[in-house]
Design a protein around this ligand. Structure first.
Ligand code: AMP
Ligand code: GLY
Length: 421
């Protein structure tokens, strides 16, 4: 069986390595993949947003199943285009991917169906937005409507910052058309939890919970990034909270999408905040999280392809999806300077005795050398019986992966370990 994975980061590397455990899969292509995946997939130089080229490639190469991982191609309708030529896919169609593609859509969905989330207002003209900010409770949160490479959310601690954020999005168009509409919402507090789930539109199977570390520097300081590390499971996410989330958030969301005629099939990601008033949705993603996937999939006991096929065929209720009773930690090694300016082109070396999984995100091939080619370069992932051991093990393996100008946070997992105490 020939599989195609659309995307090219650490998340895709983790998906590919997990798929490889299925012996019926004889070939995996990554579009475009990256140089660090060369031993696990054949990388094809087609961009993840180039849907006509992706469709042509699938047709020409007899692809049996496609996994579309990143938000952009999903929101652009990559799954619709592939299914149209008869290639079965894992991932939501365009009309369902809007749950991530438009914050205005997702906020209005939650309001309409009573799904707990921060109170909000939507603005399409700057004057009303600025007028509203004169009396809005501070701190407040300003969100660009569309996709903005994970940077479209500004937490304004003062009224001046809020005004500047609205001006940058609506006047200066720093996120292009994504900022034509903005959501201004209530500032929530509490621990954050990421819950990725498999859903076929009928059944929702939450995966093991995780915690992202979005800020660039230790102690959650510095700029927001795509994620500097993750742990799973998230100790704040107790069984009682999981039950509440299933009843008040997960099932209602899947039902709401069905009622809107936008059945969601694929990985639905719930970004949650456990507030003093109960769990609330911070954001939905229409895909696997990055770097959450790098800690969640290594703990999946069930064959990933079997689950993906069941999602596609709407038979998820017929299979048992199990996770290991263990913990995982991913430490992201980035190019020094990320998420600002950084240099690339340095050789990545992994020692032979490295016992961690290494999922590569930003690398390119130069002959048989693998060179850095991005801000987030790779994730070092360890699995162990408990969280403390997983964190220790990941950090013990980090020095065995080397490249010039490497930088990583030294406190991934500490907040979670403190919560356990
Ligand atoms: P996002 O880009 O949507 O993942 O948001 C980035 C981060 O902003 C989230 O992980 C939260 O930490 C924070 N955030 C988003 N919305 C809110 C909110 N309403 N209240 C407090 N923090 C928020
Ligand atoms: N790690 C957050 C995301 O994938 O959006």
């Amino acid at each position: 069986m020939k599989i195609m994975v659309v995307g090219g980061g650490g998340r895709e590397h983790a998906i590919i390595k997990k798929l490889k455990e299925n012996k019926d899969i004889t070939k995996i292509y990554a579009l475009p993949g990256n140089g660090g995946m060369k031993d696990d997939a054949e990388c094809v130089a087609i961009g993840a947003k180039d849907i006509p080229a992706i469709v042509d490639f699938a047709k020409a190469n007899g692809i049996d199943f496609a996994v579309v991982a990143p938000d952009d191609p999903l929101v652009l309708g990559c799954v619709d285009a592939l299914e149209e030529i008869g290639v079965p896919c894992f991932g939501p169609k365009k009309d369902a991917a809007i749950i991530e593609g438009s914050k205005v859509f997702s906020k209005n969905l939650m309001k309409k169906y009573g799904i707990p989330t921060a109170a909000y207002e939507v603005f399409s003209d700057i004057d009303s937005a600025l007028e509203y900010l004169k009396t809005a409770p501070i701190p407040t949160v300003i969100k660009a409507d569309g996709l903005a490479l994970g940077k479209g959310v500004i937490i304004a601690m003062t009224r001046e910052e809020a005004v500047a954020a609205v001006r940058s999005m609506m006047e200066d168009k720093v996120f292009g058309e994504s900022g034509s509409n903005v959501v201004i919402e209530e500032f929530l507090t509490g621990p954050e939890v990421s819950v990725l789930s498999f859903t076929d539109g009928k059944t929702v199977v939450p995966m093991i919970s995780s915690m992202d570390h979005k800020r660039a520097l230790d102690n959650d300081e510095g700029l927001n990034t795509g994620g500097m590390g993750t742990i799973a499971p998230n100790p704040y996410y107790t069984e009682d909270i999981a039950k509440v989330c299933m009843e008040t958030i997960f099932l209602p969301t899947v039902d709401a999408m069905n009622k809107e005629g936008r059945t969601f099939k694929g990985c639905l990601y719930f970004g949650l905040m456990l507030t003093p008033n109960g769990p609330k949705v911070i954001e939905y993603n229409c895909r696997f999280g990055d770097p959450e996937t790098q800690v969640v999939l290594p703990l999946l006991k069930t064959d990933l392809f079997t689950v993906m096929k069941a999602v596609r065929e709407e038979t998820l209720s017929e299979i048992k999806v199990e996770f290991k009773d263990m913990a995982a930690c991913c430490v992201v090694m980035a190019s020094k300077g990320y998420p600002g300016k950084y240099e690339t082109g340095f050789e990545i070396k992994i020692a032979n005795d490295c016992k961690a999984e290494v999922y590569v995100a930003g690398a390119k091939l130069d002959g048989d050398k693998v060179l850095t080619a991005g801000g987030r370069v790779l994730g070092v992932v360890a699995v162990a019986d408990d969280l403390v051991s997983a964190v220790e093990k990941a950090y013990a393996e980090v020095p065995k992966v080397t490249f010039d100008n490497a930088y990583c946070r030294s406190d991934i997992g500490q907040k979670a370990i403190n919560a356990l105490k």
